[in-house]
Design a protein around this ligand. Structure first.
Ligand code: HDE
Length: 733
């Protein structure tokens, strides 16, 4: 070995290969520094600066003179600033990330020899980035769009990236079509309008011209495209991958993440308003939950098909516009993903976080899915354009296991590799390729035969069966939302050719849907449609994933004004906090508010103009005659109650506030209590105040209050009161 590292060098330094254990935090520590208030400001080359406020000038105290270009400190500051931006991602530009662990619960050695899926003693660090697809980096979070769900597992065998979405299928079958679908969906070329929207001519023109997109656009018009939270979305690998076991057998596999909190969405009117009222809604929600210790979790599942069964289905299992229905291929949940750490710095940990579908570890492989194969080329290529050829050396991207090879140089290379050779084979036998036993990635010996031609296999040509399956599987509320989504989207298309043709296309899915949309958008009402096979797949409806009944991390506004009832207020605040919800006190102004008996006062978090009902999951209004009277005369307060009601949110009120809610909603079908009992009607939970006159009455009231909280919390944990929509009571927004 003598000579590989010259003796003189061996004495003075040591080779740094990176940590061997899978601890990403330890690894990042090499490149992380804290701002120490005692540090002094320096240039990038380490020289302390005497001022950061004045450019060197030819001036005098009474006369501003010209700036001198010779000032290296000022030049450095401006030049660094001028070059701060890197290209945003060509798709999925807007997103945010968090970090955590993947824990395997059920090993699957019969399917793969990848330790990340066989070793239950491991905790694999992960980085997860959620994103929208179409909008630019500064666009809004709550737009109607597919959401990215990209997971980087820093395994001891190298990085494994599942670059998925919250929708299990895609618009196209062949990667060559990707530039077209994205050009058509992004802002139009002549005026760069609209931002972050599918509601425009070109998007729907493309959809009509590509029948293979039919299944996917049904998902995109469903509630999946307006999630309540990143924490309440499923994640799907979409493409078909493979698992290889130690006997050399191969299975096809699809990967899924299902949230512990269930799959929940905003309602459309709320999503639209939030895009203006709080464009960072999802980003903040994720941050807030993690900061409050309510760590989001997902179950990790696999759907598996043995290689021999590849052709046993009436769809092609390599077609990314198709799901594998659960009744044919059930999901088996084998692990858990938890996010428990927010980024320290957005740029270095989120903007520079780079995923590649081609990054898999031994025991996991690709398939001939023609979308996946194109993606395997694209992601690496796009990172070179955004981050440069050495993007994998960036702290957030580098693996936690040793990296050693003879790739060298390129812009911004910063690993210093000591040694006298940079090629293989070399006279030292240095860094030889590994054997399978040593953990090398060995390609699965797949027999490949075919005719070189630009063709698609026949089974890829059924474009409507699963679009119908999806529609048939929706609940009545979900169907209603899809209908309204089409009506909204096509209304935004000015070209009659576009919306006229799209209405006809809908008849390939469901005649009644097509007819209802046609009536709304003013198109020719189709009389005939493609026969619907009538089959259903329950797991396609998000109502199948209600999740854990919890109010943890749910935001609940408490509306009060001077003279509020301190007992009800304090009880609600304490109960919400101990259930890990986020109580937010909202009042007509942010000045301190005094309780009815003058015993206490509170500092509201927000005032009614600055904060809106869209930003919370539920509202609670305690009694107190004066407080309620003030709120009842405040138009914004009344709007808060009506809007929350229209958005199907749980509303709780006690004492005098019961009449306030009654007045704001003004719907005889929603009954509120007139006695001391706890009442629940269409998600409005009320309890009139009782004045205890004896001990037994006090005990009774305490019981009532507990009953009230139970009903109120139950409503919040249900996410929304869908019965209100089914009864047509939610039109007051
Ligand atoms: Fe992507 N996609 N994609 N995509 N994609 C990118 O890579 C591409 C597709 C997805 O948080 C880009 O780093 C092609 C399907 C996510 O950083 C780019 C095709 C699915 C993210 C790219 C697809 C996705 C991207 C842009 C068709 C769901 C964000 C920036 C063959 C399974 C990852 C980047 C992050 C990002 C190409 C289709 C998900 C250009 C060519 C299907 C979640 O490489």
């Amino acid at each position: 070995m003598a000579g590989l590292i010259p003796e003189s060098m061996q004495k003075v330094s040591h080779a740094v290969l990176g940590p061997r254990e899978g601890d990403k935090l330890k690894d990042l520590a090499h490149d992380t520094k804290d701002i120490n208030p005692k540090d002094r400001l320096t240039t990038d080359y380490g020289v302390k600066q005497s001022t950061a406020d004045d450019w060197l000038k030819a001036a005098s105290p009474d006369k501003a003179g010209p700036l001198l270009l010779e000032d290296p400190f000022a030049r450095e500051r401006i030049m660094r600033f001028d070059h701060e931006r890197i290209p945003e991602r060509v798709v999925h530009a807007r997103g945010s990330a968090a970090f955590g662990n993947f824990k395997l619960l059920e090993p699957i050695p019969e399917l793969t020899f990848a330790p990340v899926l066989t070793d239950t003693s491991r905790e694999t660090p992960v980085a997860v980035r959620f994103s929208t697809v179409l909008g630019s980096r500064g666009s809004a979070d709550t737009v109607r769009d597919v959401r990215g769900f990209a997971v980087k597992f820093y395994t001891n065998e190298g990085n494994w990236d599942i670059v998925g979405n919250d929708i299990p299928v895609f618009f196209i079958q062949d990667a060559i079509k990707f530039p077209d679908v994205i050009h058509a969906a992004k802002p139009e070329p002549h005026n760069e309008v609209p931002q972050a929207q599918t509601a425009h001519n070109n998007f729907w023109d493309f959809q009509f011209n590509h029948t293979e997109a039919t299944h996917m656009f049904m998902w995109a018009m469903s509630d999946r495209a307006i999630p309540r939270s990143f924490r309440m979305m499923q994640g799907f690998g979409v493409n078909t991958f493979t698992l290889i076991n130690s006997k050399g057998e191969r299975h096809f596999v699809k990967f899924t993440f299902t949230p512990e909190l269930g799959v929940h969405s905003l309602v459309w009117d709320e999503a639209l308003k939030l895009a203006g009222q709080d464009p960072d809604f999802h980003r903040k929600d994720l941050w807030e939950a993690i900061a409050n210790g309510v760590f989001p979790k997902w179950k990790f599942g696999i759907q598996v098909i043995p290689e021999a069964d590849e052709h046993k289905f009436d769809f092609d299992i390599l077609d990314a516009t198709k799901i594998w229905p659960e009744d044919l291929v059930p999901t088996r949940y084998i692990g858990e993903l938890e996010l428990n750490r927010n980024p320290d710095e957005f740029f270095t940990q989120v903007e520079q976080l780079a995923f590649c579908t081609s990054h898999v570890v031994p025991g996991i492989g690709f398939s001939d899915d023609p979308l996946l194969q194109g993606r395997n080329f694209s992601y690496f290529d796009t990172q070179i354009s955004r981050l440069g050829i050495n993007f994998q050396e960036l702290p957030i991207n580098r693996p936690v296991c040793p990296v050693m090879n003879f790739n060298r140089d390129g812009q911004l290379r910063h690993t210093i590799t000591r040694g006298t050779v940079n090629y293989w084979p070399n006279r030292y036998d240095a860094c030889p390729p590994a054997t399978h036993e040593e953990g090398a990635y060995v390609e699965y010996a797949q027999k490949v035969a075919g005719i070189k031609a630009r063709i698609r296999s026949e089974k890829f040509k059924d474009h409507f069966s699963q679009a119908q399956l999806f529609w048939n599987s929706m609940s009545p509320v979900e169907k209603n939302h899809i209908l309204n989504a089409f009506a909204f989207e096509l209304d935004h298309c000015e070209d009659p050719v576009v919306w006229g043709r799209m209405v006809k296309r809908l008849a390939d899915i469901d005649l009644q849907l097509a007819q209802m949309v046609a009536e709304k958008v003013g198109g020719e009402v189709p009389k005939e449609g493609r026969p619907n096979h009538g089959r259903k797949a329950p797991a396609l409806s998000q109502t199948e994933f209600p999740g854990k009944a919890t109010i943890a991390a749910r935001r609940v506004a408490i509306l009060i004004a001077d003279g509020y009832d301190p007992v009800a207020y304090k009880a609600a605040y304490a109960a919400l906090s101990s259930a890990l919800a986020v109580p937010l006190v909202v009042a007509p102004s942010r000045a301190k508010i005094t309780a009815a008996d003058g015993s206490s006062s509170t500092q509201p978090h927000h005032h009614l103009e600055g904060f809106r009902s869209t930003m919370v999951d539920a509202i609670f209004i305690p009694g107190g005659a004066k407080s309620v009277e003030t709120l009842s005369k405040n138009g914004r307060a009344m709007h808060w109650i009506r809007e929350a009601f229209g958005h199907l949110k749980t509303i709780g009120a006690t004492g005098e506030a019961v009449d306030l809610v009654n007045k704001a909603i003004d719907l005889p079908s929603v009954t509120v209590s007139s006695s001391g009992d706890v009442h629940e009607s269409y998600g409005v939970v009320t309890m009139k105040e009782l004045k205890p006159e004896s001990l037994s009455e006090t005990v009774q009231i305490a019981k009532e209050a507990t009953g009230f909280m139970e009903k109120f919390f139950y409503g919040i944990a249900q996410h929304r009161c869908w019965d209100r929509e089914l009864a047509g009571l939610n039109t007051q927004v």
